[in-house]
Design a binder for this molecule. Structure first.
Ligand code: AMP
Ligand code: FES
Ligand code: ZN
Ligand code: ZN
Length: 304
């Protein structure tokens, strides 16, 4: 397996692109692909301020790294969820984020300490709400709320997350299996700000495979947390990922086509009737973020 550009031994073979590259040529290729996605979906401009949500994992740290290399004004946000059971997931992931920031002092890093602010860690909230075995749903509500809160209160134009193609394809698969029309309507690499309290959200790695972001992180020496969150085991999203990976293995490009063709079909009017079903949003009485609920948003109801 040789690099298509220079003929040296390749470090990665991307069967879906019929492309093999050496390390020297893979890194700029990866950065260019990210930049193309940013431009294609008009995610943000060089003048805008970007808040990158960094978990300490490979995707989000790689994203922060690429955005800084491209010269964007990108700051980081780490949310300490207080998941310290087992091997100290939160404290170890925080260490990775701090180490990355240490070597990129030109950027700012915001840290939100959930147990410090709200007097309870995510597993504690989940226990109180009887979601003991899997706090992931509650965790998602808390993360989304805090990301939006910081992006708006600190005056960022856009919030970027490290979701990759494998994440997006698995979410799409789940949404299609259940025909969650509302979720399908909102799923995509960019979700515009609503002007009433929801920040613009973007996923610049949405068209890059997980093994491509992993290869970038490894080849550029980014130190990241390898372990998944201890609660992720057995999650349906992981089962969907495995199913799609099996299909991808038999037919390279399956995930990319599944996702990209969905976006194209949506642009061409698939789901256009779903627009009419859009529910009315109004400000939460306590925090002011938009919600469909009568009084309090899902986040604020957690602390009732
Ligand atoms: P996940 O939901 O864990 O697959 O993460 C998806 C994306 O959400 C990551 O790529 C990050 O951009 C962001 N994210 C996840 N966990 C955190 C966290 N604790 N702090 C900040 N951002 C996070
Ligand atoms: Fe939130 Fe695992 S990261 S429950
Ligand atoms: Zn090469
Ligand atoms: Zn609220």
């Amino acid at each position: 397996m040789r690099c298509r550009i220079c003929g040296q031994p390749a470090v990665i073979n991307m069967r879906h692109h019929k492309l093999s590259l050496c390390a020297e040529h893979y890194i700029p290729w990866f950065i260019k692909q990210t930049e193309r996605t940013i431009h294609k979906y008009r995610m943000f401009t060089p003048e805008e301020r970007i808040l990158v949500a960094v978990s300490g994992g490979k995707d989000s740290l790689a994203l922060w790294d690429v955005l800084l290399k491209l010269g964007y004004h990108a700051d980081g946000l780490y949310i300490d969820l207080g998941i310290d059971g087992g091997f100290g997931y939160s404290s170890r992931s925080k260490e990775k984020v701090l180490a990355f920031h240490h070597s990129h002092p030109e950027a700012n890093l915001h840290i939100v300490d959930i147990p410090g602010i709200y007097a309870e860690s995510v597993p504690e909230v989940a226990r109180r709400k009887h979601h003991m075995r899997r706090p992931c749903a509650i965790c998602g509500v808390i993360k989304r709320h805090e990301m939006n809160r910081v992006a708006l209160s600190e005056g960022y134009d856009v919030l970027a997350t490290g979701h990759n193609l494998d994440d997006e394809a698995a979410t799409l698969f789940g949404n299609v299996l259940h025909w969650h029309v509302g979720y399908l309507q909102r799923q995509g690499p960019i979700l515009p700000a609503d002007g009433e309290g929801l920040a613009r959200k973007v996923k610049p790695f949405a068209r890059l495979y997980e093994r491509e972001t992993a290869a970038y992180a490894l080849l550029t020496g980014i130190d990241y947390i390898y372990e998944e969150c201890p609660f992720a085991k057995g999650a349906t999203s992981i089962t969907h990922k495995e199913t799609l990976t099996e299909m991808e293995h038999k037919s390279p490009g399956t995930k990319l086509q599944f996702y990209v063709n969905f976006l194209r079909a949506k642009e061409e009017g698939l789901l256009c009737n779903a627009e009419a079903q859009r529910v009315e949003l109004h400000p939460c009485e306590r925090c002011g973020q938009p919600t469909t609920a009568a009084r309090l948003c899902r986040f604020c109801r957690l602390w009732e």
